[in-house]
Structures are given as structure tokens and as C-alpha cells.
Design a protein around this ligand. Structure first.
Ligand code: PMP
Length: 389
């Protein structure tokens, strides 16, 4: 029996650029120690107080079907958080709780794009973006950026959104760590108005800001009616495995997404939602605690990078990644990453894994302990130095 065309073409085919990652995993399985700077997941686990809250909730009986849109308490809590951060009046009617940001990205595209519609996204991009767009029957279109603007889309590049139905942005950004400037967001807002687009704003790294400020396009004048914000507890609270996030937008489209959830996810477990409420209300200091290791490692990286001239870093104002320009070595990101794995048993992600724009770069996830991180980065920089000379 044949699977659907939609499901069998979801990834778009071709090499997915994850070969280095799989090679590293194969080396580890064969007993070779590899320093992995690949995956965007914390090296700490969910805080025990959050797990206690989860446990208490489950024991008290919150294990049945929860409300499909999310519990009133969590929707109210997320709405208050967004209202406070954006200054835009936001209520539970603007919020649907989802099993993680990924599910929110799917729901947002499903709710905004019809079959064959063009849905834009910014290259370099988070791995699932084009597949998520294909999964709803829309056609992904990359808006390509360049390293000289720190991979922020320019006014000119955004002209390529003409004729599309939606634009997906992500700030702070994975894979680049870049925090979009006020100017960039102004251009984005203008482009979405000029071309009458939905703007889907992936803000799952909004608590990890090292420089500058996080600006949500929901906060820009006249934008709240066309913006769908995607949020998540995964990165902010090291709750990747709990699968809890949200989508925030105009109430009528949230209603449609709730209908979609009724026919797909059927909501998020109540005890997970209660734990999320606890994390957001009783322990607000946890966000900074979870972000702190990345801030420290970024400082370590800036210090080491400042001592050499071969590798340039894309200015990363946030998130858990460093995007390094390795073009001075004369290698592609992929060749460099493969050689680094082979020679020093350090695994990084080639820029080519994230589209075409970040070719000649590698992404380093700052997700191992400080000492090991510093040692690995030192070896990486020395390796680049050797190649360049
Ligand atoms: N968006 C971006 C940019 C991400 O990096 C990730 C996870 N790596 C997600 C969305 C999805 O996260 P989750 O589903 O765990 O909330």
C-alpha cells in the first residue's frame, strides 16, 4: 500500500545535512568518546521543584483528559506573561496550550495556509520549518539572508514574500543565536502589511537574551491581528521532554486551532500544565537560572574568539548557539565539521544543515559543561588556525 504523497515528501528529499551528527552518534555507539556540540538541549534537567509540582498534580487526580485548549489557569498565566512582555492586552481567548512549540508551529501553519499556498521562512532556519510547512500542504519558500547582516532579513530580501500567505521568523534565532533588531522587525512588520501575510513568530528562546532586548512583533503597532506567537517551556525551563508550549494570536483563529487540536493532539496532560503554571508563577527566578550556563559559556567563547582572527563569530545576542564563520580555512562547513570530528572527535553542525545561507559556517551548541566547552572550543580554534596556515 502506498503512503500519501504529502507524508512521503515531507522532508523534501536529498541530503538533510545531518550526516556529521549521525556519524558522531555512530562513533559514540562504537565506543569512541565524542564531544557533542550539536543538539539544542540543556545539560541540566527539569528543576526538581517543577517535577514535585507535576507529581503532586498527578497524585491529586489531574490525569484525565484536560481541556483541549489548555487549562484555564495555564492559559491565564501565559496570557498575563505575554501581556506583560508586549504591553498588548492578552487573555486566555488568545492562547492555546500545545504539546511544545513544534505542535504550535504546525497548528499555526495549518490555520493560515491552504493547499498550495506559499509559506515563507528565513534561511538559515530551524530544521523542521520546511517540513512543517509541507505537512500542511503549503509550499515552503526560503527568504535567504547573508552573514554580513548577521543573517537578519533585509527590506530587499523581504520583497520576496510577495504572493505568499505567511512568513515564519525566529528570534532569538536557532541556528544563529542572533536577536533581531528593532529595525529588522520594523521591516518584517512592513513586509507582512504590504503583502498581507500572517506573521508566525517563533519565540521559544525569548528568555535567553545576552545582549539587546527581545522584541515580539506582537508588540508592534497594528500587528497583533496578524501575528501568531509560538512559545514553549522547553528552552526556558529545561522542560523539553514535557512537551508544553503555546500559540498566541487573535481569538477567532485560536478558536480554529482548538478545533484542529480536538482532531489531532486532544490537548496536553493536566499534570504537565499544572507544573508549567507552578514554574511560571511560583518560581519565576528559574528562567534566569536555566539561561545562566549559556550566558557563561558565551562569555568563555567571546574571550577565546577574541584571541584569534581566523574564525569570526556571528554576533549572538541570545539562545544556546554560536554560529562561526570558518570560511578563512578554505573549507565548507560540512568539510570542516567532518574533519573536526575525524581529527579531534568534536561534533558540530555544518551551517549547510540549516539551508543555503549559512554555508561556510558551523553551529556550536553551548550545551556541555563550562570546562569541557572551553577545552573543545580551544581545540576547534587551534584546528582552524592549522588549516588556515
Ligand atoms: N523552534 C525552534 C527555533 C527550536 O529550536 C525548537 C526546538 N529545538 C522548537 C521550535 C521546538 O521546540 P519544542 O517543541 O520543544 O517547544
Amino acid at each position: 500500500m502506498k503512503p500519501s504523497h504529502r507524508i512521503s515528501t515531507l522532508t523534501g528529499g536529498g541530503s538533510d545535512g545531518w550526516d556529521v551528527f549521525y556519524r558522531a552518534r555512530a562513533m559514540i555507539a562504537a565506543g569512541t568518546p565524542v564531544t557533542e556540540l550539536t543538539i539544542g538541549e540543556h545539560d541540566i534537567r527539569t528543576h526538581p521543584t517543577i517535577l514535585d509540582a507535576m507529581h503532586r498534580s498527578a497524585l491529586s487526580g489531574h490525569t484525565g483528559y484536560a481541556m483541549v485548549p489548555g487549562t484555564q489557569h495555564l492559559r491565564d498565566t501565559v496570557a498575563a506573561r505575554i501581556a506583560q512582555r508586549t504591553g498588548v492586552p492578552t487573555t486566555a481567548a488568545n492562547i492555546m496550550i500545545t504539546p511544545g512549540g513544534q505542535s504550535a508551529l504546525f497548528a499555526a501553519h495549518h490555520a493560515t495556509c491552504d493547499d498550495g499556498d506559499i509559506a515563507c521562512y528565513i534561511d538559515p532556519y530551524y530544521a523542521t520549518y520546511p517540513g512543517t510547512i509541507r505537512a500542511v500542504g503549503a509550499v515552503p519558500k526560503a527568504i535567504v539572508t547573508t552573514p554580513d547582516t548577521a543573517f537578519q532579513p533585509t527590506e530587499k530580501a523581504l520583497e520576496n514574500c510577495a504572493g505568499a500567505r505567511s512568513l515564519l521568523i525566529n528570534t532569538p534565532n536557532n541556528p544563529t543565536g542572533v536577536v533581531y533588531s528593532g529595525q529588522t522587525l520594523k521591516h518584517i512588520a512592513q513586509a507582512t502589511r504590504d503583502h498581507d501575510l500572517w506573521l508566525i513568530s517563533d519565540e521559544v528562546y525569548d528568555t535567553q537574551i545576552w545582549e539587546g532586548t527581545h522584541l515580539s512583533p506582537r508588540a508592534l503597532p497594528g500587528m497583533a491581528d496578524r501575528v501568531l506567537v509560538v512559545g514553549s517551556m522547553s528552552k526556558s525551563h529545561a522542560m523539553t521532554g514535557s512537551r508544553v508550549g503555546w500559540v498566541c494570536g487573535p481569538a477567532p483563529i485560536i478558536e480554529h486551532m482548538i478545533t484542529l487540536a480536538t482532531h489531532t493532539t486532544y490537548g496536553v496532560p493536566g499534570y504537565i500544565q499544572d507544573a508549567a503554571v507552578f514554574a511560571l508563577t511560583a518560581r519565576p527566578e528559574l528562567e534566569a537560572e536555566v539561561a545562566a550556563p549559556f550566558k557563561r559559556r558565551r562569555a568563555i567563547a567571546m574571550d577565546l574568539l577574541g584571541q584569534q582572527t581566523i574564525i569570526k563569530a556571528i554576533p549572538n545576542g541570545g539562545a544556546m548557539y554560536l554560529m562561526l564563520d570558518i570560511r578563512a580555512t578554505g573549507l565548507s562547513g560540512e568539510t570542516f565539521a567532518n574533519a573536526l570530528l575525524e581529527t579531534h572527535h568534536i561534533a558540530t553542525m555544518p551551517g549547510e544543515s540549516f539551508g543555503t545561507a549559512a554555508a561556510g559556517h558551523i553551529r556550536v551548541a553551548m550545551t556541555i559543561d563550562d570546562t569541557a566547552f572551553k577545552a573543545a572550543l580551544r581545540r576547534l580554534l587551534t584546528f582552524a588556525q592549522t588549516l588556515a596556515s
